[in-house]
Design a protein around this ligand. Structure first.
Ligand SMILES: *[C@@H]1O[C@H](CO)[C@@H](O)[C@H](O)[C@H]1NC(C)=O
Ligand SMILES: *[C@@H]1O[C@H](CO)[C@@H](O)[C@H](O)[C@H]1NC(C)=O
Ligand SMILES: *[C@@H]1O[C@H](CO)[C@@H](O)[C@H](O)[C@H]1NC(C)=O
Ligand SMILES: *[C@@H]1O[C@H](CO)[C@@H](O)[C@H](O)[C@H]1NC(C)=O
Length: 498
């Protein structure tokens, strides 16, 4: 009997101890995370997200125009003029690498119809030129050199062709164009971007391009490529060749409202559409010089001008596509390479230090442990972010200086966690209660938004961003305060304004 009682007693103790352990250790052992909020559609694709993070990419316009001092060749140029004396694609790639650029796009064929690779489908190519006795392939050298420096490649194949007689005959020309697309996308390994230019002379003959066939073929041959055109489908034109996006700029747009080469859509392209159904972010193409091709008489833009372009493109949720044309020797001029390197060094100098790094960060509310405001000053600018509670209406985040030292800066950087959609419209930025960014400027954010403070350097203890309009709770992946030594508004007069 006693045995049984004891047995009972022991097992009770064991049971109670078990309950006790379960009760006191379960919060740690079984702790689960709060899930992220639902996305707001549309979302970027994997390749679009990779593209966005490149921030700056390089264009290279090279071909007969380089040798004839022109921008649009007639198509009647003799292949004999294509004769770079010391072409060195390794120097192109080294220039890009030194500027921190991860993708280079080459004009495989411009409007003059001359092919920089020995296409099977025409004789109007490098194979009829004196360069390397007709044995050369610029596209191949370009791809090899870029790949050797771990730089990705993109290609431009002009739809408008002023040389080929098939142009203006819908079926034969579309077959020709598709054949060349297949050559380029099968022979040269991974291609990360393809550029379809809507440009066409006013007197160009009328013809239809079979865009649906082209795009389907591109996606069939390259799984991680982004297709650029006026209207996407992956990357859209920003609507001008100055490198300037709209002061509000959405990655979203309605593709049904767009047509490639159409008139009257540049404003829509420039700003995007907060209600857009499609994720088609803009690329800002601009040349480092006046022309797209190299001309002896032209010079590269100044550092100040390039910085203005950077703030108006990358700083407005876009990717900057900067054209750096090789000269008739086949090299990127030293001057251009130097200014590009300086441009990169300056950007690094401005943005490597986040002056908010040691500040205390407070927010209106917090979704769960993982979504604290501290996430906005870590190194991840995409997948760790501050998320507020969903059942609250007022959303803000504040950076406060710790100690007596005031914050001193002239640039504010805000980044949205676009992996869950672009959400934020109107927002307000205050320093110690005083508005420091114009109401007309602060109407969208996106992947990266940079505000240069109009009055120059400002000082204060607390910077607060208040979110007024949003499609879903605002998700901020990064927030930065920076000092740009080149931003002195009173001295900036010779640079064109938007
Ligand atoms: C070009 O062709 C399209 C489609 O066939 C037609 O609608 C348009 O009017 C033509 N334009 C000119 C300038 O001939
Ligand atoms: C884009 O599409 C959305 C959803 O259909 C619509 O609400 C919006 O008005 C469209 N935008 C334009 C400019 O038509
Ligand atoms: C092209 O640029 C290279 C590098 O600066 C230079 O050595 C060469 O002389 C230039 N060629 C011409 C035609 O200007
Ligand atoms: C933040 O604190 C660290 C460690 O004290 C210091 O090295 C760094 O310079 C500080 N950063 C800023 C922006 O003040």
């Amino acid at each position: 009997m006693a045995k049984i009682i004891m047995g009972h007693h022991f097992s009770s103790i064991f049971f109670l101890t078990f309950l006790h352990l379960l009760h006191f250790s379960s919060p740690k052992l079984l702790e689960v995370s709060t899930p992220p909020p639902l996305p707001i559609l549309p979302l970027p694709s994997f390749s679009q997200l990779k593209w966005q993070q490149r921030e700056v990419i390089m264009f290279l316009h090279f071909g007969p125009n380089t040798f004839t001092d022109s921008e649009w060749g007639t198509g009647a140029e003799s292949p004999a003029i294509f004769n770079p004396t010391a072409l060195d694609a390794t120097q192109w790639a080294a220039t890009a690498a030194a500027a921190g650029i991860s993708l280079m796009i080459l004009t495989a064929k411009h409007h003059d119809g001359f092919c920089l690779w020995p296409s099977k489908y025409t004789t109007h190519s490098v194979s009829r030129s004196p360069w390397k006795n007709g044995q050369g392939d610029v596209v191949e050298e370009f791809v090899t050199a870029a790949t050797a420096q771990r730089i990705d490649v993109g290609l431009y194949l002009s739809p408008w062709d002023r040389h080929d007689r098939r142009y203006s005959h819908d079926l034969p020309y579309n077959e020709y164009y598709l054949a060349q697309l297949q050559e380029l996308l099968k022979k040269y390994g991974n291609v990360k971007e393809i550029w379809f230019d809507g440009a066409k002379g006013q007197n160009a003959p009328n013809m239809s391009y079979y865009f649906s066939d082209w795009f389907a073929m591109v996606k069939e041959l390259q799984s991680s490529i982004n297709i650029f055109s006026d209207a996407g489908p992956d990357v859209r034109w920003v609507g001008n060749e100055k490198g300037f996006a709209g002061t509000s700029c959405w990655s979203t747009i309605n593709r049904t409202s767009l047509a490639i080469g159409a008139e009257g859509i540049t404003q829509y392209l420039n700003k995007g559409d907060p209600k857009g159904r499609d994720w088609v972010p803009p690329e800002c193409d601009v040349s480092i010089r006046e022309g797209w091709f190299w001309h002896k008489t032209q010079s590269p833009k100044t550092l100040k001008h390039l910085l203005k372009i950077y703030y108006n493109s990358v700083g407005r949720n876009c990717v900057l596509l900067i054209n750096v044309p090789p000269n008739s020797t086949g090299l990127i001029p030293q001057k251009d390479a130097q200014i590009l390197k300086q441009f990169k060094n300056t950007i690094d100098r401005i943005f490597t230090t986040n002056l908010a790094q040691n500040c205390s960060i407070k927010a209106s509310s917090q979704r769960g442990q993982e979504f604290g405001p501290q996430n906005v000053i870590d190194d991840d600018h995409l997948w760790t972010y501050w998320a507020p509670k969903e059942d609250v209406d007022d959303h803000w985040i504040e950076i406060r200086s710790q100690g007596n030292e005031r914050l001193r800066f002239n640039v504010v950087r805000i980044q949205e966690a676009i992996g869950l959609g672009q959400r934020i419209g109107r927002h307000e930025i205050y320093l110690d209660g005083k508005r420091i960014v114009d109401e007309r400027e602060s109407r969208s954010i996106g992947y990266k938004r940079l505000y240069r403070i109009k009055s120059g350097v400002v000082c204060g203890y607390a910077l607060k961003v208040r979110f007024i309009e949003f499609k879903g709770v605002p998700l901020i992946s990064s927030l930065g305060l920076h000092l740009d030594p080149f931003w002195n508004p009173t001295r900036l007069s010779s640079v064109p304004t938007n």
